[in-house]
Ligand binder design. Structure first.
Ligand SMILES: C[S@@+](CC[C@H](N)C(=O)[O-])C[C@H]1O[C@@H](n2cnc3c(N)ncnc32)[C@H](O)[C@@H]1O
Length: 273
């Protein structure tokens, strides 16, 4: 396959429009080379030699479209990523929710990790909540992603030695088993999380969420797609609830009703209506 004819400007336009319409992920001419290299890999795996033929395939075959979208996602993550958010959860958000929901019959805090990648974020949240939530409060977590490969890793809950950096020793001892080559999350922590395929381009299909984590996901979207995702979160969240986005992401200038909250630990957003 000659590089010169591999991917024309017209191909790029066609692919990036399809990707944007299907996922909100926005490829610019600056990151075109990332798309090209992922596409080459995908064609190699499928033993195909033409991006045009592959485009026809993904336009007709929903399953292969899912595989393709999976292959172009960036899945970088780690346990306790941006510790300041977890400090704010412990010191501010959870105590606040307990005050707000005190009178309710169902003393459960409902959390969504949207764009959970390989599971480090929801497992971090589950361990933290297990530590800090007083009796008789309960929590449940939904963790979703567009990448089926990531979701499989997340569900398995096995992490190689190199990936467990950042987990405090006491958490590692309490919530993981040492197995060959790495560590495995305990079943009772796994049971707190429901892993689900969900494309953030679509309606959330959830209600009454108390906390949403969507960190380092909307950075790959353009402003229109970001606004759509954020407003769908609003609809899925309870009247008094909290939203964490990545520290290099912002809702500034966006048409949303979320309020910006600055605490001594971290900044985040809240819905208070
Ligand atoms: C960089 S990872 C962030 C993981 C984690 N939230 C964190 O901050 O460590 C971004 C994740 O968002 C997912 N993603 C991208 N576009 C998505 C979409 N339209 N719907 C759902 N997930 C998406 C990717 O598959 C990827 O796993």
């Amino acid at each position: 396959m000659s590089d010169a004819v591999f991917f024309t400007d017209a191909d790029f336009e066609q692919y990036r429009t399809l990707i944007y319409n299907e996922s909100g992920i926005h490829f610019t001419p600056t990151n075109r080379s990332i798309l090209e290299s992922r596409l080459k890999e995908r064609l190699r795996e499928k033993s195909l030699d033409s991006v045009k033929k592959y485009f026809t395939t993904i336009s007709q075959d929903k399953e292969e479209l899912k595989n393709f979208l999976d292959s172009i996602t960036t899945n970088l993550t780690r346990f306790f990523r941006n510790q300041a958010h977890f400090d704010a959860m412990e010191k501010f958000v959870v105590p606040e929710l307990i005050k707000i929901k005190k009178g309710s019959i169902n003393q459960t805090i409902r959390i969504w990790s949207a764009g959970c990648s390989t599971g480090e974020e929801p497992y971090t949240i589950a361990m933290l909540m297990s530590e800090i939530l007083p009796h008789p409060w309960k929590f449940e977590i939904v963790a979703s992603d567009i990448s089926l490969k990531c979701l499989m890793t997340a569900k398995e809950g096995f992490y190689a030695e190199s990936r467990i950096v950042g987990i405090p020793d006491n958490y590692l001892a309490k919530y993981f088993d040492k197995v060959e080559g790495g560590f495995k999350v305990h079943d009772d922590i796994k049971a707190k999380i429901r892993f689900d395929y969900h494309n953030l381009k679509n309606a959330a299909g959830q209600r009454d969420l108390d906390i949403v984590f969507c960190r380092n996901v909307i950075i790959y979207f353009d402003e229109a797609a970001q606004t759509g995702v954020i407003n769908r979160f609003w609809d899925a969240m309870s009247s008094k609830s909290f939203l964490f986005i990545g520290h290099s992401e912002s809702l500034f200038g966006m048409d949303t009703k979320f309020e910006f909250v600055k605490t001594e630990w971290a900044t985040f957003y809240r819905k208070f209506v």
